[in-house]
Design a protein around this ligand. Structure first.
Ligand code: GCB
Length: 623
């Protein structure tokens, strides 16, 4: 205690908090150690978390780089979480953790990946400890959650020395209840985030994007009442078109708890009682509804309430379905003029997380003439989905089942399903999302097919109102390409990636390529393209030039127009993005250069080629 009192902490409040923990340690050292190391409850899924009043914990967090993860695993037994932090907790100056003193540690910004913040962390793959102080006044009958927009890839959280949760998966939100861990005044939160790639991870070891680590999205505290609305689903009924239906789930409510959904602008209100499972079925007759569409992205204020709890949502209502080889939006055939987008921040690089990032990326997509974006290759930030709702861009949302996973490992399936549950559970009320994509370019064999069929069935069960897709690989050589991956059976819409003119053949080979497609279903070409360094000019036959990339695009359109069931496209990709797989010095410099726009916002020739085709509607089926 004496030594603690002479140490300087950033905030006096935090000092008090730590003293209290210290006092507890001296009183009952074993009990506190257990609280620090004990398995923590799993995080919950919160729909509309960003619509709740929140206290931001963004900003500077103290950060300690711990490449051997000694803080979590001791040198005696690596299988057990009993490392330095576990055994001693974070008690600067008072434990054997003399070296691990957050008050002296440099800072990292949250939200933000660590790779782009410090040169020495550019290639870092491993654990980093984060710490931040906060003040809090607990309120009666109020529960509080630590909300983390995303932490890549595994993460562990403690509040005032009590472990509050663990999570795996780098692109979905984490909500840890911390009600029992906080106290009045100064508190502190410690997070360990580890971006080590795992053989049994989702994604696995290989990806064509940078493995950005850290607390990459916003962190906040969210307060709710004792019984609260954790998830809800409201959507326009496909059949009648004048009924909004769905459900609201009340967590820890009394049986029969009353739920209300109110859309003031439509004068529509419904009340329903929650069943024994906490779920209340909702049905609202609506008159004069203006449907959400890319042309009219109308959003309504929707108030969802139960007892003391209430959320103000902003939602659009539309239907999406297939009929034969058509995709129908609000009952009308639509062609998806799209572009693929990574969650890479324009200009500054690194992970995108802000409204401004979303508006820049989606603004470029609109300028290109898009009505559709493929948000590859993992669930994007909530801000991106809100922006898509607002701006009227249809969305393909994707889970990170990418390339080779351990498809025969049931643990991997469980991880993929958990991420799918989180993706659908948090973003199911965005009118913009029309497609859930199960996978990208996975090799066709039995275990893979079973794995993704299982996922697809789960997605359908969770959300029967949207279409299920995946980006498939194409078979065939020369001028006949074949799409017959058995996974196609499980999909509503077939996506496929092809790189004619880049990884194979010449751009002009597209002119004479024919497609054989085993499924009478709508088709989306979910990727095509090639690399070009912005500002590098030369002949059409010179690889890496803007002219070569433009030529790939030009030759694609005729071929695509000869595929009668083509219902959309999302070429690869809107903007150049960091990838360690792209080392070519002077050209790629660790960027995948297939962007139509450079990472610094320079538009390449291909941007204007695609823009013209989209604006003049010379590619795709007339709607
Ligand atoms: C693909 C992948 C995408 C890559 C792209 C490329 O097929 O789906 O993640 O970045 O090709 O540039 O090779």
């Amino acid at each position: 205690m004496k030594r603690l009192s002479v140490r300087l902490f950033a905030h006096a409040n935090a000092l008090i908090a730590r003293r209290m923990v210290l006092a507890a340690i001296s009183a009952a050292p074993l009990a506190v150690t257990a609280a620090w190391a004990a398995p923590a409850p799993t995080p919950i899924i919160l729909t509309g978390a960003d619509r709740r009043p929140a206290t931001s914990l963004n900003g500077d967090w103290a950060a300690i780089v711990d490449p051997y993860f000694s803080g979590l695993f001791s040198f005696h037994h690596h299988e057990k979480q009993d490392g330095w932090f576990m055994n001693n907790k974070y008690t600067p100056g008072e434990s054997v953790l003399h070296e691990y003193d957050f008050s002296r540690a440099p800072k990292l910004k949250v939200p933000g990946d660590w790779n782009m913040q410090r040169e020495s962390l550019l290639y870092y793959e491993g654990p980093i400890w984060y710490e931040r102080d906060f003040t809090y006044q607990p309120k009666e009958h109020t529960r509080v959650f630590l909300h983390v927009g995303a932490a890549n890839y595994r993460s562990w959280f403690w509040v005032n020395g009590r472990k509050v949760c663990e999570h795996e998966g780098g692109f979905t939100a984490i909500n840890c209840e911390i009600t029992a861990a906080v106290h009045p005044g100064g508190n502190f939160v410690v997070a360990a985030v580890d971006n080590t790639r795992l053989e049994d991870g989702v994604p696995g070891l290989q990806t064509d994007w940078w493995n950005y680590g850290g607390l990459t999205r916003e962190v906040s505290l969210i307060e709710v009442s004792e019984a609260f609305i954790d998830q809800y689903d409201l959507h326009l009924d496909r059949g009648e078109g004048s009924v909004i239906e769905g459900w609201v789930h009340v967590k820890d409510g009394q049986p029969g708890a009353m739920v209300e959904v109110n859309i003031p602008e439509l004068g529509a209100k419904a009340t329903a009682a929650a069943g024994p499972d906490g779920r209340a079925a909702i049905r609202l007759e609506v008159k004069g509804l203006e449907r959400w569409s890319p042309e009219t992205p109308k959003l309504y204020k929707v108030v969802v309430s139960a007892g003391q709890d209430s959320i103000d949502e902003l939602m659009g209502f539309r239907t999406v379905e297939t009929r034969g080889t058509e995709i129908l939006l609000n009952g009308q055939p639509i062609f998806l003029r799209g572009i693929s987008i990574h969650a890479e921040a324009p200009f500054r690089g690194g992970r995108a997380y802000s409204d401004k990032d979303a508006e820049t990326l989606l603004g470029w997509a609109q300028e290109l003439g898009c009505n559709f974006v493929r948000l590859a290759h993992y669930p994007h930030d909530e801000t991106m989905l809100r922006a898509a709702d607002r701006m009227g861009l249809l969305v393909w949302s994707e889970n990170p089942v990418y390339w080779a996973l351990q498809f025969d490992n049931p643990k991997v399936l469980a991880k993929a399903e958990q991420q799918l549950d989180e993706e659908i559970g948090t973003s199911r009320n965005h009118a913009a999302i029309i497609l859930w994509s199960m996978a990208n370019e996975t090799p066709s064999y039995e275990a893979r097919t079973r794995f993704i069929e299982t996922e697809a069935a789960r997605a359908r069960e969770l959300d029967p109102t949207r279409l299920i897709t995946a980006a498939l690989l194409v078979r065939g050589e020369g001028h006949t390409k074949i799409i017959d991956d058995p996974l196609g059976k499980a999909l509503d819409v077939i996506g496929f990636n092809e790189y004619i003119g880049w990884y194979e053949q010449r751009p002009e080979d597209a002119d004479t390529t024919e497609w054989r497609i085993a499924y009478q279903k709508p088709l989306i070409v979910s990727e095509f393209g090639g690399d070009a360094k912005a500002g590098l000019h030369g002949g059409e036959n010179e690889r890496w030039t803007e002219e070569y990339q433009a030529s790939i695009y030009r030759h694609q359109f005729g071929m695509l127009n000869r595929i009668p069931q083509l219902r959309g496209m999302s070429p690869w990709i809107l903007m150049d993005f960091h990838s360690p797989n792209r080392p070519l010095a002077g050209i790629q410099d660790e960027f995948n250069r297939k962007g139509l726009i450079s990472d610094q916002g320079q538009k390449k020739q291909a941007f204007f080629i695609l823009q013209k085709a989209y604006l003049e509607k010379t590619v795709g089926k007339p709607e």
